[in-house]
Write a protein that binds this ligand. Structure first.
Ligand code: HEC
Ligand code: HEC
Length: 479
């Protein structure tokens, strides 16, 4: 499975995140275009308006998600099977044909020329293992994007036998090599999807979606803004997609942008779009996994009181009669790492403009905001590490900012879960990347002094007494 996983990263298609417009329509404030450099708006916390979604069938959406070839190019099946043999059975139900024999995050399908190819699907980033169990919709917190993704791609050339295989493989390798300099993170476990989308947009004609080997827009800086993959079950409640509430309008249209590695024409995009309302309906039907251990109900009910007093204005209330306010919290207020919300990677104006004027923008819009959404907290026990950049390993350290480790590492296995601190078991270190000459070890250090990796802000738990904090954490386990 190890090799397959590495290949999955190589195959990985998408950044879901498209590109943006810096125009908070509902606030009337004049946000600074990201390209003109950081300028933080005054505190703006406001509800995010909802939008009508196309109806869809969740069961059909699941089947499409795990069987359809929405990432329309890949490695020829013949080459793939020579290189990887029996790659390892899928761990998922509902997989059809060859897919039943592939790892969950690969999909085999016939491409536009009738050739059978294998590509990575959304679950490369959007399925996560926790305590030995794979959970569809949980963000993958163990993905390794620190390597040059081109290496394995090029290695698979050795298994080519026919000119047709070579042509298909070369098309795919070209894409992978184009993105590889722009999708490397400094540390394992964080995700480059936002930068990935930007570089793909830079290589596509806005009107035809045709691929251009040379960039048509100035590429994003290769420095990747790290993000923690959010869980899909948030989409039951969220009015806008993405941490900065930029994904407006038709969510299915935005989600299908994740196929941008290979979608080379508007006709192809329309075909994918025809079944994405079903995929969206499936994603919006997901429920969070329940806390698998015991809870102290008396303490949890004390925690509920504290939560409703201190946290619920932003995060909402839970249980019967609960309401989620869909609040965008201004950067000055929440104080977490500002890089993403200030228009990094695909949230720069040129990518926003491209998106909103392209086929995708006909039904959806990207409107980046200078703040972060206060996310729904159901299933939060499972979504460590915390904050949009995954800078904080556990709920206990999130709710007491003095305890947050500056440099930390973890085992990156699904079993290093800590039910007491609620999150990943970690080791604090006395040095960051600068003090670690060993490259493999360095990539396993989360260094909060690196740009985009800061663990500051969200200090709302600091004033709680230790008893109140423990009680809130006990309550959060029950959501
Ligand atoms: C390379 C990893 C990767 C792949 C592949 C990927 N995504 Fe994502 N996805 C992300 C990241 C990272 C985010 C958060 C980005 C942000 O908010 O800035 C995200 C956000 C989302 C969201 C919004 C969640 C929220 O709470 O706002 C949805 C829905 C989504 N992706 C669906 C999909 C679908 C459907 C696919 C496949 C067609 C897909 N993604 C493929 C990494 C990925
Ligand atoms: C003023 C609004 C506000 C208040 C009050 C608030 N939060 Fe938050 N919270 C946010 C925002 C915004 C984020 C996202 C920040 C980011 O990702 O950079 C967040 C993120 C979180 C996260 C991380 C979620 C994840 O999956 O990464 C948790 C857990 C959380 N808050 C719990 C709490 C608790 C518990 C309280 C009360 C002690 C609280 N918050 C009070 C706005 C608020």
């Amino acid at each position: 499975m190890r090799t397959s996983f590495a290949l999955a990263l190589v195959l990985t298609a998408c950044g879901t995140n498209p590109a943006p417009v810096t125009q908070p329509t509902d606030a009337g404030s004049d946000a600074a275009p990201a390209d003109r450099g950081p300028m933080v708006e005054d505190f703006v916390t406001r509800p995010i308006p909802g939008s009508t979604q196309r109806p869809g069938d969740p069961a059909r959406g699941y089947r499409a998600l795990v069987n359809e070839g929405y990432v329309t190019c890949g490695v020829p099946w013949s080459v793939f099977s020579r290189a990887f043999g029996a790659a390892g059975a899928s761990q998922l139900p509902g997989r059809e044909g060859r897919n039943a024999m592939l790892p969950y995050n690969f999909t085999a399908f016939r491409n536009r020329d009738g050739m059978e190819v294998v590509s990575a699907n959304c679950l490369t980033c959007h399925a996560g293992a926790l305590r030995g169990r794979l959970i569809v919709g949980l963000g993958n917190a163990q993905g390794d994007f620190t390597q040059d993704t081109g290496v394995l791609a090029r290695a698979s050339r050795a298994f080519v036998r026919t000119p047709e295989e070579r042509a298909e493989l070369d098309r795919w390798i070209e894409r992978v090599e184009t993105i590889s300099d722009y999708t490397r993170t400094l540390t394992v476990g964080v995700n480059p999807a936002d930068n990935l989308t930007a570089i793909l947009i830079a290589h596509r004609d806005r009107d035809t979606l045709a691929w251009s080997p040379t960039p048509l827009l100035e590429p994003p800086p290769p420095v990747v803004v790290p993000v923690d993959v959010p869980p899909w079950w948030h989409m039951r409640r969220k009015n806008a997609m993405f941490y900065n509430a930029s994904g407006r309008g038709d969510h299915a249209r935005i989600m299908m942008t994740a196929s941008a590695l290979c979608t080379d024409s508007v006709a192809e995009a329309r075909m994918i779009d025809s079944y994405f309302p079903d995929v969206r309906a499936y994603i919006a039907s997901l429920q969070p996994p329940p806390w698998p251990f015991m809870t102290d109900t008396a303490r949890a009910s004390q925690g509920r009181e504290v939560f409703n007093r201190v946290c619920s204005t932003c995060h909402g209330t839970y249980g019967e009669g609960g309401a989620y306010p869909n609040l965008l919290v201004g950067l000055r207020e929440v104080g977490t790492d500002p890089t993403l919300a200030l228009g990094a990677s695909q949230f720069s104006q040129r990518f926003v403009d491209w998106y909103n004027r392209s086929y995708y923008g006909e039904a959806a819009r990207i409107e980046p905001q200078q703040g972060y959404v206060a996310p729904p907290l159901d299933g939060v026990w499972a979504t460590a590490p915390y904050l949009h950049n995954g800078a904080v390993p556990t709920l206990s350290t999130l709710l007491d900012s003095r305890e947050r480790p500056r440099f930390w590492t973890r085992a990156f296995t699904s079993n290093d879960y800590d039910p007491d601190a609620v999150g990943w078991r970690f080791t604090s270190l006395d040095h960051g990347h600068a003090g670690e000459p060993d490259l493999a070890r360095r990539s396993r250090i989360y260094d909060t002094t690196q740009p985009g990796y800061n663990n500051q802000g969200h200090t709302y738990g600091d004033a709680l007494s230790p008893e109140e904090r423990t009680a809130v954490i006990e309550y959060l386990k029950t959501l």
